[in-house]
Ligand binder design. Structure first.
Ligand SMILES: Cc1ncc(C[n+]2csc(CCOP(=O)(O)OP(=O)(O)O)c2C)c(N)n1
Ligand SMILES: [Mg+2]
Length: 382
């Protein structure tokens, strides 16, 4: 066979247009990345970003302060000041990138780990602590910052966000809504229903799934056979996987998903591929179900370190800026410690108080049962 005859039998290749997209390969998940783990800026054909030095330093500052606040909260739980804490360690870029993509009039429906998004919305961090101490009714006024209350019932806020987004569209506003949930939540029926409703009603909502690889002790392999972002295709809206440890990519991808929602083109699923570097909560011990090497591999992709490397290499952040940020970080830690020492102890009977406006027989029964249970301890001690 001659070279010519082989060539003649090959299918004709079309001329490659500049910017022409390759069809997605379901076996190879794409990952939008604009900043590599080594701190190098790279470009992506569909997502670009152009930020001022001030904005870049701002993203770094947000991530550093959020991590410091989170570390302080974990320590406060260990010191008996909080009943529980769910750390966001490792997920700072996913939360700050997406949080800074939002407009003030957009509305956020978080799960329980979105301390970085709360920070971006201007929710006072001490309110988060009050909620985990059990001394405020939910934590904050959702409408003050368009940041809904933390939602412990896994996946339910995807439906709340969808309904809210349908309402926003009916009002004729161009605000968008974002729902945060995890890889584990993606298996919930509520999330599937939210995907269906938002798609058929073209709701202006962004589903921001932080795939931190674990749902307590269940790995992502137990949630899905396909990369999570590909699920969107079956519902008829786009899905995109972004490097969740790359704050620039998270900002760019969330911005374009929000813009799409504003244009009335409906929902987008963003899968932020990241890692929960800490325990699920302070009640959990991850050494029981995952290997240290896994965490070490993700530490090399640390979201804060890679931005620091980039900013210092480019001369965007100097020693003076970093030293000032250290001081600000210490100040924040001191402020939250002082605030929590002023908070009262939780009233364990208070959980029965704000369930129904007019009371309820079942709640009364439960209150009485719990009071008797507590009294039984008092008798044992005396
Ligand atoms: C409806 C419901 N089922 C089970 C639980 C118990 N639960 C609390 S957190 C969690 C895992 C959630 O994992 P994921 O969605 O990946 O979020 P992550 O905690 O990793 O951020 C489960 C099963 C719950 N809170 N609500
Ligand atoms: Mg998870």
């Amino acid at each position: 066979m001659t070279v010519e005859s082989t060539a003649a039998r090959k299918p004709r290749r079309t001329t490659k247009r500049a910017g022409a997209k390759k069809p997605p390969d379901a076996t190879k998940p794409e990952l939008v990345q604009l900043l590599t783990p080594e701190g190098k800026r790279v470009e992506h054909p569909d997502h670009s970003i152009d930020l001022t030095d001030d904005e870049l330093r701002g993203l770094y500052r947000d991530m550093v302060l959020t991590r410091r606040f989170d570390a302080e909260a974990t320590a406060l739980q260990r010191q008996g000041e909080l009943g529980l804490w769910a750390s966001l360690l490792g997920q700072e870029a996913a939360q700050i990138g997406s949080g800074r993509a939002l407009r003030d009039d957009d509305y956020v429906f978080p799960t329980y780990r979105e301390h970085g998004v709360a920070w971006c919305r201007g929710v006072d961090p001490t309110n988060l602590l009050g909620m985990f101490r059990g001394v405020n009714n939910g934590g904050w006024d959702p409408n003050s910052n368009n940041f809904h209350l933390y939602t412990i019932v896994i996946g339910s806020q995807a439906l709340h966000a969808t309904g809210y987004a349908m309402g926003v569209a009916k009002d004729g506003s161009d605000a968008a809504v974002i729902a945060y949930f995890g890889d584990g939540a993606s298996s919930q029926g509520d999330v599937a229903e939210a995907f269906t409703f938002s798609a058929v009603y073209n709701a202006p909502v962004v589903f921001f799934c932080q795939n931190n690889q674990w749902a307590i002790s269940e790995p992502t392999e137990k949630q899905t056979r396909v990369p999570l972002y590909q699920r969107a295709q079956g519902y008829g809206f786009p899905g995109v996987r972004v490097d969740g440890n790359d704050v620039l990519a998270c900002l760019a991808v969330t911005r374009s998903a929000l813009e799409r929602a504003r244009r009335g083109e409906g929902p987008t699923l963003v899968e932020a591929f990241t890692y929960r570097m800490g325990a699920h909560t302070t009640s959990d011990d991850p050494t029981k179900y995952r290997r240290d090497e896994e965490r070490e591999a993700w530490e090399a992709k640390d979201p804060i370190l890679r931005l620091k490397t980039y900013l210092t290499a480019e001369g965007i952040a100097d020693d003076g800026f970093l030293a000032e940020l250290d001081r600000e970080s210490d100040g924040l830690a001191q402020r939250v410690r002082e605030a929590i020492r002023l908070m009262p102890d939780p009233d364990t009977m208070a959980i029965f108080e704000n369930v129904y406006a007019d009371g309820h027989a079942l709640v009364d029964e439960e209150r009485a049962e719990f009071a008797a249970y507590q009294a039984s301890f008092a008798e044992e001690v005396s």
